[in-house]
Design a protein around this ligand. Sequence first.
Ligand code: GAF
Length: 386
Amino acid sequence: MTGAAVEAHQETFGGAPEGVWAAPGRVNLIGEHTDYNEGFVMPLALPHTTTATVSRRADRLLRLHSRDMPGGQVELRLDELRPRSVAGWAAYPAGVAWALQQAGHELTGADVSFSSNVPVGAGLSSSAALEVVTALAFSDLQGLGLPAERLARLSQVAENDFVGMPCGILDQMASACCDAGHVLYLDTRDLHRRQVPFAMALEGLRLLVVDTRVKHSHADGAYAERRAQCEAGARALGVGYLRDVPFEGLDEALARLGDPVVRRRVRHIVTENRRVERVIELLDAGRAREIGPILTEGHASLRDDFEVSCPELDLVVATATGGGLAGVLGARMTGGGFGGSAIVLVEESAAETVGKAIGDAFAAAGHAAPRIFEAIPSAGAQRLAG
Ligand code: GAF
């Protein structure tokens, strides 16, 4: 991939790049919609990455090219970047350049060529991969030496303030900070984190990703609405964030909420944080097989209380966990929802049968065939060459 990326850079910009960087997509094992409530998440990086070949320029121009996106080269002036001034995929790297400058870091300009095999629109953080690879490359090339969590934070600022999507920090931290063979246990309040061994193959397990290939059009608006509902819940309960509502005090908290929708949203967040704690306890105790039912419970909460699932995601989970298949430990949607991907934890010996059953169920329901692959916990963002 590196050789082809270097060649593409040369063809596009007429000179060799100074380096090649990569940042991965992710799945989240558990802890969904908790990040903007200052709660807990547990992602793992995928082997799928976005690479960037970069060479510096001295004239404060940013020339961006993607081998996967139509439309050719995008040329921008660093001094003219303004929130929401760039459309399409280029908004993500441009937003990172803008966020770095807003934070007081000097950029001189750059030629950047991107290439990616992270599925786009699949809820697997292709946007975060694009942001984080840009942040790391610019930090390295401009000698900024920014630590991984700072790269993640600036990438989130780019997405929140430049692109205009009010996401939390789950995806950017996953792409910047994951380690191969591990899940990342992250407290989004202070970004305290711990790498937790997750060598499924050694335990005879497989984590399947099922990309439903659907993305419902209302996803962005509905995400912002969920966030606002959580903030309303926190205000009504007199806490800064829903993270501060203890699981033990949940019933009492729910009884104080008049709005049934807000009540459901609060219940999801508080129980989801508890589920992350239960999963981490089991993984720490070397009992990975037992996390399955907690994943499935998490799906029900996202479907019924948080209302961010969709028929295709529910079909994956129902088919996998409905009782007819041996070797399924648990399943849930992963990421923001309203389409995108689900994960299914299975015994290695059952992986093929389960994948086929899900494919058959999609065909029977008249849905396009899902894309199914194994989630191999992989490395976070890194410099590949140069
Ligand atoms: C999306 C967002 F970008 C994340 O910040 C997170 O909230 C996730 O949905 C849900 O857990 O991926």
